[in-house]
Design a protein around this ligand. Structure first.
Ligand code: NAG
Ligand code: NAG
Length: 294
């Protein structure tokens, strides 16, 4: 690509991306690394195959509309037209808030920066895009933990009628400010808080408030690793009554279970590449829907 086309694209970005500091990635493959945040990658511009913008890799596909096919433009000025073949074959309108350097801080050497002065704040909440659940008898949101602090801490015993083992609460909004977007951002469905499995360990919730409970559904996403295997197990009196294995992605998913007569539910994540538990096997859970048996 010649110098003049490069500056053309820099200008093009300058004119479109008002108010965000974004980063151009050049000669980086589609989804190639362009930021210290591993949740970011290079999105090729619709009209140029080796120039792109560095953005968050996991926005919800259903929120990206196709670009105008005649001229690869987007109607809304807070989106730009990029390739995102994991979502759609044709180019999509991608939110400029997700190419901000506060989301995807640059790796200093390999990339060229487009500097635009910014005064606006980023609408972080646009990334919490999971659809609202239908009416739930008892929704555990992790947003009503008394005296919750910003740093992840164990979920207090008795919260919502359960003993929690290897379960931390996390203020995702704060986590984003420090670490940038991650799968936790996608797991966040309500408020600021989610539950996470401490150090990637197996998480257990043990009922201590009723005879038994039903687990209806939950929202879950892997923190930083795609294709984790999550095994959810329901038990009563030490006997396994239900098991479900799902493949976890950084994109959030809703898991419908509708299991009843439980006293314990366990969540165990496994990375296909290694048996170690740690950052790789961390996940976030929000909006656990349960019902206590009367
Ligand atoms: C792109 O095409 C649409 C309709 O075909 C038109 O309304 C719009 O003005 C065009 N945009 C540019 C920048 O040419
Ligand atoms: C969560 O973090 C956000 C961002 O730092 C902060 O505004 C909010 O007050 C925090 N919530 C709690 C309960 O600490």
């Amino acid at each position: 690509m010649t110098k003049s086309t490069i500056s053309y694209f820099a200008l093009f970005l300058l004119s479109i991306i008002a108010q965000v500091r974004s980063q151009v990635c050049q000669n980086v493959g589609q989804y190639g690394q362009c930021s210290v945040n591993s949740a970011c990658g290079c999105f090729h511009m619709a009209n140029a195959d080796d120039t792109g913008v560095c953005g968050f890799l996991w926005p919800s596909c259903s929120h990206l509309s196709p670009c105008n096919s005649a001229n690869n433009t987007c109607q809304s000025s807070d989106t730009i037209c990029v390739h995102h073949p994991r979502c759609q074959n044709s180019p999509v309108c991608y939110p400029v808030s997700m190419i901000d350097q506060r989301v995807c801080p640059p790796t200093t050497t390999t990339t060229q920066q487009t500097v635009v002065t910014s005064t606006t704040s980023i609408p972080w909440s646009t990334t919490a895009t999971t659809p609202v659940q239908p009416k739930c008898p008892r929704l555990i949101t992790f947003d009503d933990i008394l005296n919750a602090v910003r740093i992840p801490q164990p979920i207090p015993p008795g919260y919502s009628g359960f003993q929690w083992v290897n379960a931390n609460y996390m203020n995702v909004t704060y986590h984003e400010q420090i670490n940038g977007l991650s799968g936790y951002s996608n797991a966040l469905t309500s408020g600021h808080f989610i539950a996470v499995n401490k150090d990637g360990q197996n998480l257990h919730m043990i009922n201590n408030a009723a005879k038994s409970f039903s687990l209806k559904s939950l929202i879950v996403a892997s923190a930083s690793n795609n294709n984790l295997i999550l095994e959810i197990t329901g038990k009563r009196g030490g006997t396994i009554s239900n098991t479900r294995r799902i493949t976890l992605q950084m994109q959030s998913q809703r898991v419908d279970l509708d299991w009843s007569y439980l006293d314990t539910v366990s969540f165990s994540a496994e990375d296909s590449k290694s048996s170690a538990k740690g950052r790789e096997t961390s996940f976030g859970i929000d909006n656990l829907c349960i019902e206590f048996t009367k």
